[in-house]
Write a protein that binds this ligand. Structure first.
Ligand code: FAD
Length: 502
């Protein structure tokens, strides 16, 4: 076997969550090799500083770096998250829960969801979320002791974290630098290219010139390397998802400390509430075609429960993804790669998933076209999957109380890929999980159900299952989950006892 020459110097431009996640991942891989990693960031420019809700794969990312989860939680003032509560999305006054993990268990080889669908024809049907461990724990405001839960149904419960983004950056920076990553605080003044189109070097405002054979663009929305230099192009998806701005404000901790994110539909978008150990993150994501900045700010401030700890901040964004997230010898990550509104907390996940994919398709110092094309195809697929899932949260609304919601209900374009999913699900509750897709059936079931999308019937094979036995089995399962959840410590007590903030 004749391995091609390996990369000698990888330069990461930007030191936000994306930059330091890349530095931590690559620093960990190359700590004992002669491949050098350098990260350049400008403390004058700073980071975006939001990005507080994560999803379960984030836990695996932290642990795969060899980081102790409790230590991470203590240093990042994190809290736990079982899922997202969606308030007022279908109609005002209605809410539903999107939990992590899986729902129920199959019965006699029949898919759980189909069993549940059949049980809905009984006299006392149970709600879908009665079969979610995570939803039950969220409802009780509880977290669980993993060791004590080892032989119970709670053992497989899946959680994620709410984190302080700036503390995550600090933590990962310390970790990456301990692995040998070189750090330079300076502004990139110019990006120099070879005649081939590859990036050659970054010229810094302190006079240094940093050469490299591969570059990772983590410079945020501006995409200094991938767009301003390499003109990758952008798939702009505003026609599907009209929100294009956020206003954010942190407030003091509010009680109770919920182990879930709250996403509340508002007149022209939605607000988030994310509880951390030391503060609450709040923001209003809105469409400026339907609402001006002052209206958005008034809405946000009237929705928060505690005093603001800082000045509100407006952040404009453009929904979509770069046409070529990996172009020439440059890979874009984080906001430089693309952005989808944070309704399902997917941005940090997309950074880690892109990094994992990049490591699997790691380039050498030769022709990498085949890797690059496959990488770009997969990233585009990830963004389309999330885009479709986000659209589902809007397009099935029954709200018609504002122009924004009337537009969502009547005029929102639905991509063919989502129309197919909707039609397939409506037929007999069908869902076909894709290979390496992020949102597994539980997620789709939760949002379909929460948004009132009903299948016409259940799969005919369920006629073989005795209805009485089926209902009894579902009832017992749900009762077991509820009883266990009620025995667990409160989220706040758990954090105080096992992971007090440093
Ligand atoms: P940034 O944080 O913007 O970092 C850019 C870096 O590049 C900085 O270090 C900057 O100094 C540097 N830089 C730029 N130009 C130069 C230059 N010329 N020279 C030197 N350095 C330079 N994600 C989630 O997973 N969950 C959430 O709940 C969530 N909520 C969000 C809410 C909002 C409103 C927004 C906008 C985003 C949210 N995100 C969320 C996304 C998340 O914030 C980002 O994905 C994540 O922080 C990564 O940001 P970044 O590192 O790509 O960019």
């Amino acid at each position: 076997m004749n391995n091609s020459a390996s990369l000698k110097h990888i330069v990461i431009a930007g030191g936000g969550t994306a930059g330091w996640m890349a530095a931590a991942t690559l620093g960990n891989i190359f700590s004992a090799s002669d491949t050098q990693i350098t990260l350049i960031e400008s403390s004058q420019i700073g980071t975006i500083g939001v990005g507080e809700a994560t999803i379960p794969p984030f836990i695996a990312v932290i642990e795969s770096l060899g980081i102790d989860l409790v230590d991470f939680i203590q240093h990042t003032q994190s809290s736990f998250k079982w899922g997202i509560q969606f308030v007022d999305w279908h109609t005002r006054g209605q809410s539903y829960f999107h939990p992590f993990g899986t729902l129920g268990q199959s019965i006699d080889g029949h898919d759980f969801f189909q069993c549940w669908l059949k049980s809905q024809t009984s006299d006392h049907p149970l709600p879908l979320m009665a079969h979610s461990k995570e939803a039950a724990l969220a409802e009780h405001g509880a977290f669980f002791k993993p060791h004590e839960a080892a032989n119970t149904p709670l053992a497989s419960a899946q959680f994620a974290l709410h984190v302080d983004a700036s503390l995550v950056v600090k933590y990962l920076k310390r970790f990456a630098m301990a692995k040998g990553v070189r750090h330079i605080d300076a502004k990139i003044a110019q990006v120099k290219t070879h005649p081939s189109g590859d990036i050659a070097a970054l010229q810094l405002d302190n006079g240094q010139q940093i050469e490299g054979d591969f570059f990772i663009d983590c410079t945020g929305f501006g995409g200094l390397l991938i767009e301003q230099t390499l003109a990758s192009g952008y798939h702009d998806w505003r026609m599907f998802l009209p929100c294009n701005k956020a206003v954010t404000v942190p407030t003091a901790v509010s009680q109770p400390l919920n182990p879930f994110t709250i996403a509340t539909a508002r007149d022209a978008g939605w607000t988030w509430k994310i509880p951390l150990q030391h503060r609450t993150g709040n923001g209003y994501v809105f469409a400026d075609d339907f609402c001006d900045d002052q209206q958005a700010l008034d809405c946000l401030l009237s929705s928060v429960e505690e005093a603001p700890l800082d000045e509100p901040r407006f952040i404009p964004f453009r929904t979509g993804v770069r046409k070529q997230p990996w172009k020439a010898n440059c890979l874009a990550l984080g906001l430089a790669q693309g952005f989808l509104e944070p309704l399902e907390s997917t941005a940090i996940h997309l950074v880690s998933k892109s990094l994992a994919l990049f490591v699997r398709m790691f380039p050498s110092a030769g022709n990498n076209d085949i890797l690059r094309n496959e990488f770009n195809r997969r990233v585009q697929q990830d963004y389309e999957e999330i885009r479709d899932f986000l659209i589902l949260h809007y397009c099935e609304t029954q709200r018609d109380d504002t122009d924004f919601w009337r537009w969502c209900q009547h005029d929102m374009p639905i991509p063919d890929s989502l129309q197919h999913k909707l039609a397939f699900f409506r037929h007999a509750g069908g869902l076909i999980p894709g290979v390496e897709t992020l949102f597994q059936p539980t997620s789709w079931y939760a949002v379909f159900n929460g948004m009132g999308v009903q299948p016409q019937g259940y799969n005919p094979t369920l006629d073989a299952l005795d209805a009485e036995r089926l209902n009894l089995s579902l009832q017992r399962g749900a009762q077991g989950i509820a009883a266990l959840a009620a025995q667990q410590p409160s989220h706040a007590d758990f954090l105080r006892t096992y992971c007090p903030a440093h």
